[in-house]
Design a protein around this ligand. Structure first.
Ligand code: NAD
Length: 434
């Protein structure tokens, strides 16, 4: 199978590399010429564990290549995947579909034989109808089918998720397209991964509904954490007691500073806008968005409290800047709200992140960064854990205590045990550990 992957970002590059590893011949296309030039030189533009080796292996086997040109790649492909960005549109929060529609216009002139155009980008209900209409208008006689194939991988575990997904969702009413998609995902089919064929609009909505549900789960436990703080309860015990119920499940019940990242914030906002557009206010989703947006900056109040009521003239060491561990992605990371909030309260902030420093320099250009966690916490008035990198779980806490100016730890990811931390002489503040 020949595949063209349009958009070579976190989703497109991982999907393209994994499809080539399945044995397909994949050409990844991106309009960002600098990114393609890097990839052609063997440089991976993002941090994703295992991706460099996977790409190198498949480039070497001549199954994976990179280009800025649509022509040959689309003409030779049986399946063309769209994995371009769908960020929040300024103003109304609806998904900005301009990248998707631009790509559709670039695909149209190059369609040769029957071609499946499969949309991996997260798009509102009805977008694939529009993609089909755009291509049909430009190429009335072309033989193609547009399919919704939402992607559920998580950054940081993207390869594992892509190769061993809980399910693959394929939304199409076209039998020929179903056959092509079965062939594309055949290695997973053989592994008995459920491949769920649905209507095209249902597939579009499944992605938003799934993300909004997970965002709701996080927000729910965050509110329980607030209640735990007032009632002398440890939210970790509550989460465990809830999560062992298989109807609830344990994942996404970790209290913290509020969700961030490249998907949940924009997808909940887009779903809210989709609901409003159709006259169906999605009140749970609207509330989740409101709670989460105030929560991120409210975490500064926790740090202020831990530091005795004022941050004026104090140095706060922030460990972790990315929105979650094992990625360099900073999109909507809680750090982007917390760091400015701490500075606004008069603090000097010094930060360390194992892989996020380069991105952080673009988004927080004046931020002082350290090259290792101990240099970061040296002489600081408090250490704040903001991203739960394994490296921070394994810190030498006696060394941390020795170099901190005051032994204050604000653990916004609950990676340490309160009893252990007080036994070591820290003043320890977690989330929801009343
Ligand atoms: P990204 O910003 O990392 O990558 C998008 C890429 O598309 C960029 O490299 C950009 O240059 C390229 N591009 C944009 N317009 C183009 C065009 N017309 N032609 C060619 N290339 C073009 O985005 P991402 O994080 O990979 O997300 C892509 C889509 O997948 C989004 O809709 C997102 O919601 C969805 N998604 C993302 C994740 C995730 O974890 N990042 C998970 C599931 C789904």
């Amino acid at each position: 199978m020949h595949i063209a992957m349009i958009g070579t970002g976190y989703v497109g590059l991982v999907s393209g590399a994994c499809f080539s590893d399945f044995g397909h011949e994949v050409i990844c296309i991106d309009q960002d010429a600098a990114k393609i030039a890097q990839l052609q030189r063997g440089v991976i533009p993002i941090f994703e564990p295992g991706l460099d080796a996977l790409v190198a292996r498949n480039v070497e086997a001549r199954r994976l290549s990179f280009t800025t040109e649509f022509g040959n790649a689309v003409r030779s492909a049986g399946a063309v995947f769209l994995a371009v960005g769908t960020p929040s549109r300024r103003g109304d929060g609806f998904a900005d579909l301009s990248f998707v529609y631009d790509a559709a216009r670039d695909i149209a002139p190059e369609i040769a034989d029957f071609t499946v155009i499969a949309t991996k980008s997260t798009v509102p209900v009805g977008t694939n109808d529009e993609i089909e209409a755009i291509i049909r208008k430009l190429r009335p006689q072309a033989d193609f089918a547009v399919v919704s194939n939402p992607e559920f991988l998580r950054e940081g575990a993207a390869i594992e998720d892509f190769k061993h997904p809980d399910r693959v969702v394929v939304g199409t009413e076209d039998e020929r397209a179903r056959r092509v998609m079965r062939e594309v995902y055949r290695p997973l089919f053989i592994n008995e991964t459920p491949i769920l064929f649905t209507g095209r609009r249902a597939a579009e909505l499944i992605k938003y509904a799934a993300n909004a549900f997970l965002a709701t789960k996080i927000t729910f436990i965050n509110e329980m954490a607030d209640l735990c703080e007032k009632t002398g309860v440890d939210v970790q015990e509550v989460a465990r007691g809830m999560g062992l119920d298989r109807r609830i499940a344990r994942q996404f019940l970790h209290a913290g500073p509020g969700f961030g990242g490249s998907c949940f914030p924009k997808d909940t906002e887009a779903l809210r806008a989709i609901g409003r557009r159709h006259g169906v206010p999605l009140r749970i989703v609207e509330t989740v968005i409101d709670i989460n947006s105030t929560r991120k900056s409210a975490m500064a109040g926790k740090v202020v409290g831990a530091c005795g009521g004022s941050l004026e003239g104090k140095t706060i060491a922030v460990l972790g800047l990315t929105f979650k561990p094992n990625t360099d992605d900073m999109r909507e990371a809680p750090s982007l709200a917390l760091v400015p909030a701490l500075i606004a309260q008069g603090a000097r902030v010094r930060a360390y992140d194992p892989h996020g420093a380069a991105e952080a320099r673009k988004l927080l250009p004046t931020l002082d960064t350290a090259s290792d966690p101990y240099a970061c916490v040296a002489d600081a008035d408090a250490m704040v854990i903001l991203t739960e990198w394994d490296e921070f779980r394994a810190l030498d806490l006696d060394r941390v205590k020795a170099v901190l100016k005051s032994p204050v730890v604000v653990d916004l990811r609950n990676i340490y045990r309160p009893s252990d931390m007080s036994a070591r002489g820290f003043r320890y503040f977690g989330v929801g550990r009343g």
